[in-house]
Unconditional design. Sequence first.
Length: 311
Amino acid sequence: MVRALIATTVRRRVGGGHYAPSMNAEKAEKIAVVGAGTMGAGIAQMAAEAGHRVTLIDTSQESVERGMAAITGFLERKVAKGTLTSEQCGGILSALDFTTDTDAGVDGAAMVVEAVFENLELKQQVFADLDRSCPPQVILASNTSTLPITQIASATNHPERVIGTHYFSPVPLMRLVEVVRGEQTSDEVAERSVALCEGFGKQPILIADVPGFIVNRFLCLLYNEAANLIHRGVASAEDIDTALKLGCNWPMGPTEIMDMAGVDVTLMAMEAMHEMTGEERYKPSPLLTEMVAEKRWGRKTGRGFSNYPST
């Protein structure tokens, strides 16, 4: 299905030079990322900053160019802040390719990271296509935040090379990555994945395949409770965020995090957790459902728990 949808190539290289802060460019392995949304673009940027050649893949020219623009804007802000030089920025951008041709994009990759919508059937179709396109030694990793890696891997003929690599937003800044072993993930793939994540500058934790993994098992409950308190008129979003920031020393409050990650993404995660666990505590708050229906998705739509005027 994905292969049929992705037909034309929009390969684009920008910038000049090469930036490889953590490894020799000749030894850097190629990384491919499927899905050029917020997470996919962030993963691609992270790998390029670590010195890898990277191809970012999506279904349309508009999507890949939007991903390219997001990466470029992020890096330009780092240059403006003085944390990156213009030469380094150009080198990172020159390590990035953008394409709508999956087969061409994954060619020569050591790892392919899937970062499409949080939908099991879609992810299974992507992995079935990747399984046909990539030699058996290529690691197929999912950035899913809640869905079982074992179920995603069941769509392939080589489930031993499927693993979860759950990054956190914004990917270039957040250090944690949950590396999730499916029931059939091989020791070699787990070890290689942990090593690659460490090379990306992340702190990986290797865990078993359980719904929501570690972080989202806790956060989904917190997000749901925050939404329910607001829905019942107990407290405002601002007061809830203030309580968690001042009372627990959090850098951001739960509604701020939901607005940044996407209220729609939060709802999908909650629905998946509720379906997988059958536990009432994960049943999505009515407020989340209302907000998604009204397209109050957070920063990306300008309205969420707070308003974000366009600049």
